[in-house]
Design a protein around this ligand. Sequence first.
Ligand code: SF4
Ligand code: SF4
Length: 205
Amino acid sequence: MTVILCHVGPDDAFSPAFRQKLAATAGVDPGAIAEIRHLAARVLTDDPPTLTVTPGEACWIGCLRPRAVRALLAHAGIRLEMAPVNWLADTPTPAPPSGAGPGHPWFPAIDRERCRNCDQCRQFCLFGVYARDDAGRVVVVHPLNCKPGCPACARLCPSQAIIFPFCPETPLNGDEPAATSPPAPPLTFEQLAARRRGAVSREAL
Ligand code: SF4
Ligand code: SF4
């Protein structure tokens, strides 16, 4: 049994009560909980976190936003499909601070369960953040080319599949999108160009 408490940023704090609840739910001693810290920053390095998931063996992950953690782990090439992963989310009050800054790298991570490979983010971004991989999937290749504080491509993604882990907006921050939000129709080339002009002029203000 693998039980992990995952901190996306330096300000993610988990109360003793949440740790107890995670341990009790997973059926382990609290001392058996492993921790991953600074996940967002570490997936950008040559030393991403390791996560040992034994095929067929249950795994529990406690965190603030499971969707953001899944997208960041996928960005680091860590695949979770091989084991049943159970998630327990904490909702601290107040929420940890957001926005770009020290310990808060600003870059997009793709929710692979929602992405439909429509290519709009890649066509929209002027800074080469996205590319297609050998399998034709849209992937983030140059995350730090992203403009700090701007989540423009996440706003236009028709599937709400782009997450900025430190974005103050929900669900761009990795919160679950409302169940009633159907995918929007793809934008035309002209609409994409107009949205890009709007994003650039907002930045210039
Ligand atoms: S715009 Fe959204 S759905 Fe389309 S490729 Fe990008 S992340 Fe995937
Ligand atoms: S927010 Fe802007 S710069 Fe960053 S990846 Fe999206 S389109 Fe590119």
